[in-house]
Design a protein. Structure first.
Length: 308
């Protein structure tokens, strides 16, 4: 336990998810919890904290790891870290796109295993970008930043969202808003950038993957349960789509065992915001919400449900 700026705080020195038993013990009697997306802040945890708990400061943009209804019912505020991960996650999305379309991981493994016998005209042929279409599902800050980068690669941009996106249009003036079916049919790359909610669970499943071109690539650097992992495995195995780049999974840290064996899948361990500057900004923003609470001020980054 350390005292800093009038706040007593306890922290874990282990860079790994906190087991529920430990979490239940640590939260007892605290005024605020700075949590990450790996901690399931459910009703059990909220009850264990007791009546002293006033704030859940989530070090992430999404907050589906928190039982919002249980928190609101007890008058607990919830904050997130908006506008901190945009650049890093957009860059990571393009890392996935480039890696899977240009078969970079396969090439790396070929060299490392001593299997490369020299240049060949048909060796590891991949996909193109210039003149092709990227379909962006979710046109918020990250989706717009991905579109901006796509313009630099000479791509056409279509997007699917509930309403027109002035932010995306500002970065990609010729982008067209289309329905989901049109996006899936026309896109050479489909990239997910929407929050996970009950409504978006398995938004991309068997039927949606069947709409995609056999030459298309599926990218998810958003949240794993938005795609049906078994359906994606089947589509990759059958050649229904050319490949997939994933930074997130349905049951993290578990990964569908068949994905690991597929050479047309690039798999990263949830690295979207993993740059030194981004993680520092996220942690500082979460901490500032706690500091505001300690000064009897309204935390600046209340999620929508906490503002009502």
């Amino acid at each position: 336990m350390i005292e800093e700026a009038g706040i007593n705080f306890d922290y874990r020195e282990i860079d790994a998810p906190c087991a529920e038993d430990e979490l239940l013990d640590r939260v007892q009697g605290v005024d605020a919890i700075l949590c990450t997306l790996t901690e399931a802040i459910n009703e059990k945890v909220i009850e264990a904290a007791g009546d002293s708990l006033k704030l859940l400061a989530n070090m992430a943009i999404g907050y589906n790891n928190i039982d919002i209804k249980a928190a609101i019912a007890k008058g607990i505020l919830v904050t997130n870290t908006p506008d901190t991960t945009t650049i890093a996650t957009a860059d990571l999305t393009w890392t996935l796109i480039l890696s899977v379309a240009r078969r970079a991981i396969e090439g790396d493994q070929m060299v490392r295993k001593g299997e490369w016998k020299g240049w060949g005209p048909l060796q590891l042929l991949g996909g193109d970008f210039d003149g092709n279409t990227i379909g962006i599902i979710g046109a918020g800050a990250i989706g717009s930043a991905v579109a901006k980068r796509a313009i630099g690669f000479g791509m056409k941009v279509v997007y699917y969202s509930r309403s027109e996106s002035p932010r995306l249009i500002q970065t990609a003036p010729d982008a067209k808003r289309v329905d989901l079916e049109t996006l899936l049919k026309e896109s050479d790359i489909v990239s997910l950038h929407i929050p996970y909610t009950p409504e978006t669970h398995h938004l991309i499943g068997k039927g949606e993957l069947e709409l995609m071109k056999p030459s298309a690539y599926f990218i998810n650097a958003s949240r794993g349960p938005i795609h049906d992992e078994q359906a994606l495995v089947d589509a990759l195995k059958s050649g229904q789509i050319a490949g997939a780049g994933l930074d997130v999974y349905e049951e993290e840290p578990k990964v569908h065992p068949d994905l690991v064996s597929l050479s047309n899948a690039v798999l990263l361990p949830h690295l979207g915001s993993a740059t030194e500057r981004t993680r520092q900004n996220m942690s500082m923003k979460a901490a500032r919400n706690i500091v505001a609470l300690s000064k009897n001020q309204t935390p600046p980054d209340l999620v929508a449900e906490s503002r009502s």
